[in-house]
Design a protein around this ligand. Structure first.
Ligand code: HEM
Length: 146
C-alpha cells in the first residue's frame, strides 16, 4: 500500500493552491497595485521597516512581493529548486539587508491584511488559513528554519 499523499491534520496542498490562486486573481482584478497596500500597511504598523527600505532602496518592493507569491506556488507545486532559491534569498536578507527573523511576520501580516481588505466579502477563514500556512512555509526557509 502506498503512503497517503495528504498530510493528516490539514488540507491537501492542491486545495490550498486552488484557494490561493482564486483569491490572488480576484485581488489582481480589483487592485492592480496590491504591493502599494502591502507596504503602506507594513510601514504604518512597523516604521522600522520603512527606515530599512529608505536605507537599502525601494526600487525592488514590487519584485519582493511577486517573488514571495512565486515562492508560495512553487513550494506548493513541489518544485525541487525552490527551497535552495528561497534559502539563498534569506541569506542575502540576513547579511545584506540586516533583516531580523521577526520582521518576516511583519511582511506576512501586511500581505494577509492587504489581501483581506481588497477581497471584501470573498475573504473566508479557509483562505486566510491557507495564506498563513503558505507564507509560514516561505518564512521558515527565509529564516533558515525550513
Ligand atoms: C518572504 C519574504 C521575502 C521575500 C521572498 C523577499 C524577496 C526579496 C527580493 C527578491 C529582493 C530583491 C533583492 C534580492 O533578491 O536579494 C528583496 C530585497 C529587499 N528586501 Fe526582501 N523579501 C522578503 C522579506 C523581507 C522583509 C521581511 C524585509 C524587511 C522588513 C525585507 C527587506 C528587503 C530590503 C531592504 C531589500 C532591498 C531593496 C532594494 O534593494 O531596493 N524583505 N527582497
Amino acid at each position: 500500500m502506498s503512503a497517503p499523499a495528504v498530510k493528516l491534520g490539514g488540507p491537501a496542498p492542491h486545495e490550498d493552491r486552488a484557494l490561493l490562486e482564486a483569491n490572488l486573481s480576484l485581488v489582481a482584478e480589483r487592485e492592480g497595485q496590491l504591493y502599494q497596500r502591502v507596504y503602506a500597511i507594513m510601514f504604518r504598523d512597523h516604521p522600522e521597516a520603512d527606515q530599512l527600505f529608505l536605507q537599502y532602496g525601494e526600487e525592488r518592493q514590487a519584485e519582493m512581493l511577486s517573488e514571495t507569491f512565486t515562492s508560495v506556488f512553487d513550494l506548493l507545486d513541489g518544485e525541487s529548486w525552490t527551497p535552495g532559491h528561497v534559502q539563498a534569498m534569506g541569506e542575502r536578507h540576513r547579511h545584506g539587508y540586516v533583516v531580523r527573523d521577526e520582521m518576516y511576520a511583519w511582511f506576512s501580516d501586511a500581505i494577509v491584511a492587504a489581501l483581506r481588505e481588497v477581497s471584501g466579502d470573498a475573504w473566508t477563514a479557509a483562505t486566510e488559513a491557507a495564506w498563513e500556512r503558505a507564507l509560514d512555509a516561505v518564512n521558515a526557509l527565509m529564516t533558515g528554519r525550513g
